[in-house]
Write a new protein. Structure first.
Length: 336
């Protein structure tokens, strides 16, 4: 996804999260895949068919985490950063899985071909009309992965819940036992986390939040329309501000100059997890004094925002719990 990868390349280069761990993986592996025929309609609306149910799957990082959470182990994974730091993968057992790339836009297609894949699983990005790994800006030789096998992916659209449900449906079609007790436990934990989040938000009816990511040359303000987790937060009751003028060519963000960093005055800053640390607020305030013109930044009212990576019920529950703590502690009058 360019919302992730181009931003990493352009913004962060010009400038830690808990991933799905053991609790997200069913105790039993996926059941034997049905012989076939097999078909699945993905997020692009495309129906993919095969005479036999695919078993040799290559997946992009988050999508691999989703499949693994349902007991399906890919033969290969490509990631946008080192697997040790990728929030989707860093707590997973990847033994026996070939790593085909650890940088956005670069996939070892030759190694991928040697795995003889019969399916590639990669999110569908409706704003770009491309699957993860095939967007504009990717190395042309990396795009040849599309020649190896059919590609399916759930849409990074309106909800992380819908994304997780979509990968559950895909996993079921591939033979996963989606009624595994570990999966049910994660869903229950997620539902409990949503209830706690909603209660915390309801107790602060005037609280506003803004999803942001500072970089050396600009301050990026996320557009919830293209960020499914932010849309979910809005559905759960949090007033996440929609920016006025997203970039027409890349509508994931509104780009603010540092002189205009304080255009919006939220009560709570949701900080892009890709450049968030406990010291980041103080560091940016020292580096760019206009950062502290944002009252929430001056007050230290910031929390990590899980930007564009979640794919599982377990991860979403963990991240919602962090946000619930921040909302509970927040002052709904800071930005006013």
């Amino acid at each position: 996804m360019r919302a992730w990868r181009t931003f990493l390349t352009v913004a962060i280069l010009s400038v830690a999260l808990t991933a799905c761990g053991a609790e997200d993986t069913p105790t039993s592996s996926a059941s034997a895949a049905p012989a076939g025929p097999w078909s699945f309609t993905d997020g692009s609306g495309k129906e993919v068919k095969a005479d036999q149910t695919p078993t040799r799957i290559i997946a992009h990082a988050g999508e691999a985490a989703a499949l693994i959470s349902f007991g399906i182990k890919p033969v290969g994974i490509y990631s946008d950063e080192p697997v040790k730091t990728d929030p989707n993968l860093k707590n997973l057992d990847l033994t026996g899985i070939e790593i085909l790339g650890e940088e956005w836009g670069k996939i070892d297609v030759e190694k991928a071909a040697s795995l003889r894949p019969d399916l590639i699983v990669a999110d569908w990005w409706p704003a770009e009309k491309a699957n993860s790994g095939l967007e504009e800006g990717v190395d042309e030789k990396s795009k040849k992965i599309a020649e190896l096998a059919p590609i399916v992916g759930i849409s990074q659209g309106k909800s992380i819940v819908e994304l997780a449900e979509g990968y559950e449906a895909l996993a079921k079609s591939l033979g996963a036992k989606v009624d595994d007790p570990a999966i049910a436990a994660n869903k229950k934990r997620f539902e409990e986390s949503v209830a706690k989040f909603k209660a915390a938000v309801a107790a602060k009816p005037n609280l506003t939040a803004l999803a942001m990511s500072p970089s050396d040359d600009k301050v990026y303000v996320a557009n919830p329309e293209y960020a499914p987790e932010l849309l979910d937060f809005q559905k759960f009751g949090l007033q996440v501000i929609n920016p006025d003028t997203p970039d027409p060519g890349f509508p994931y963000w509104e780009n603010l100059s540092w002189e205009n960093a304080d255009k919006y005055q939220p009560d709570l800053i949701l900080w892009d997890s890709r450049n968030y640390t406990d010291k980041a607020n103080a560091e940016w305030g020292a580096k760019q004094p206009t950062w502290f013109k944002i009252k929430a930044a001056q007050a230290g009212a910031t929390v990590s925002w899980p930007a564009f990576w979640m794919h599982t019920y377990g991860d979403f529950a963990t991240e919602l719990d962090k946000l619930t703590t921040a909302v509970t502690a927040a002052n709904e009058n800071i930005g006013s």
